[in-house]
Write a protein that binds this ligand. Structure first.
Ligand code: HAM
Length: 419
């Protein structure tokens, strides 16, 4: 027997029905906001991911050399691949360019519930605009894409990396080694013990520590004006107001602790959580970022987000969401071997009319077939027997009421659809 690799999963037919249901809902929401789907390869050159993040990211990647010695990596996310694609082939497309994707990602993470080594992201990238309305619409899209799956309890937190960097420069940067971004990683992880250790290690004066930590703990828009000048606050406040008043988002708050681990963000950043999930509760992360120029493209505003598809399914399951079950419309049972040919013929007629039709392939008796049909949630069973067939009829049994009717084969598809 072989074991499944650590951090990966198999999906049963029931799992896949849930996944397809959620994927369809989210694609529909993306399309309703004018986004178009694209696809990029599962592996890329390793350099694509180390370009902005540095060699240290290799520890978090599945990277390998192919038979010709090329250094490659399974994608840990899709923003860098989509920007590579944009710079290579899509720069001339009319702006704004609204793209979405659905794909598996790979990270050498420590697996636990909601954290896998192979997982799926569904995300959007917006290229060519950074107006307040554009950023508010992007954030509202992420929020709506989750809500439209049927999930109820989520929180949206919106941060601003310019504000965070300003406070860092004002209070801390002169004490930290130049170019160190360790603190931002700790803020992202909310590892306050380690942050305090760093303050101690670099002898940060108490007043500076306090101002910086008070700023990090802000959770009301009003309090920001104590730390950030009015004219710098305007854009952030306008986006907030659009989200609250025009996009009608209630569960929203400012959050200055959002540092975002990836190394390409700037400006507005945001995250969405499902508190019901506990430790791995982050369903979505995104914001404004810069990659195009460093990939050799012409400077253009870019922003986007990715939804943790697997965590959204987990959250729906935890909220006891009742996923629709795909039923077999019809299960056909030939009563003896002579009826098999005609049964196949009937199955093909019904399938061609869009009726989900299954057929007894084990040549077993009626009662066993009925049991199997039940386990497949068949709505109707068609029994093909010689006496009825002689007159061009079959017996149709409704599996819920138990009622049986004779139906003419010629009108079968029409009658089944009407019933
Ligand atoms: P991220 O925050 O690294 O952002 O990932 C987005 C989401 O993917 C997370 O919020 C989480 O739900 C899910 N996720 C991440 N790692 C795992 C894992 N090991 N197992 C299960 N789910 C996971 C990005 O990837 C950016 N590319 C988002 C973005 C798009 N920013 C701009 N455009």
């Amino acid at each position: 027997m072989f074991n499944i690799p650590r951090g990966t999963r198999d999906f049963t037919p029931v799992d896949m029905e849930k996944r397809r249901f959620v994927q369809k809902k989210m694609s529909f929401t993306f399309e309703s906001f004018g986004y178009k789907e694209i696809q990029t390869p599962t592996f890329e050159t390793l350099e694509l991911f180390t370009a902005k993040s540095g060699e240290s990211i290799i520890d978090e990647l599945y990277s390998f050399r192919d038979k010709s010695g090329r250094e490659l990596a399974l994608r840990p996310e899709l923003t860098a691949p989509v920007m590579r694609f944009y710079v290579d082939k899509l720069q001339m497309e009319p702006k704004p360019l609204k793209l979405f994707y659905f794909g598996n990602c790979f990270r050498y993470d420590r697996p636990q519930k909601g954290r896998y080594r192979e997982f799926t992201q569904m995300g959007c990238e917006l290229i060519g605009t950074s107006t307040e309305e554009a950023i508010a619409e992007l954030i509202a899209l992420a929020y709506n894409a989750i809500i439209n799956t049927g999930l109820k309890n989520i929180n949206l937190r919106v941060g601003n990396l310019d504000f965070l960097k300003y406070q860092y420069d004002k209070n801390l940067s002169e004490f930290f080694p130049i170019g160190s971004n360790e603190l931002f990683r700790l803020i992202d992880k909310e590892d306050f013990n380690e942050i305090q250790n760093q303050f101690n290690e670099y002898n940060i004066p108490n007043n500076n520590q306090k101002e910086f930590m008070d700023f990090l703990n802000i959770n009301k828009l009003l309090d920001l004006s104590n730390y950030i000048e009015k004219n710098h606050l305007k854009r952030y406040e306008e986006i907030f107001s659009l989200l609250e008043n025009e996009f009608n988002i209630i569960n929203i708050r400012p959050e200055m602790k959002i540092a975002r681990g990836l190394d390409y963000y700037k400006g507005i950043v945001f995250e969405i959580d499902a508190p019901i999930l506990g430790a791995e509760k982050q369903l979505c992360g995104g914001g404004e970022y810069e990659l195009v120029e460093s990939f050799g493209g012409k400077d253009v505003p870019t922003s986007g987000f990715a939804l943790g598809f697997d965590r959204i399914i987990l959250a729906l399951e935890t909220e006891k969401f009742s996923f629709p079950v795909i039923k077999t419309d019809v299960y056909i049972v030939p009563v003896n071997e002579d009826m098999i040919q005609k049964s196949i013929e009937i199955a093909q007629i019904l399938r061609n009319k869009g009726i989900l039709t299954d057929l007894d392939l084990l040549k077993r008796g009626i009662s066993k077939s009925l049991k199997y049909a039940n386990s497949k949630n068949a709505e109707k069973v068609i029994i093909v027997g010689p006496d009825e067939l002689k007159n061009g009829f079959v017996t149709v049994k409704d599996m819920e009421s138990g009622e049986q009717k004779l139906m003419e084969i010629n009108n079968l598809a029409k009658n089944l659809k009407n019933n």
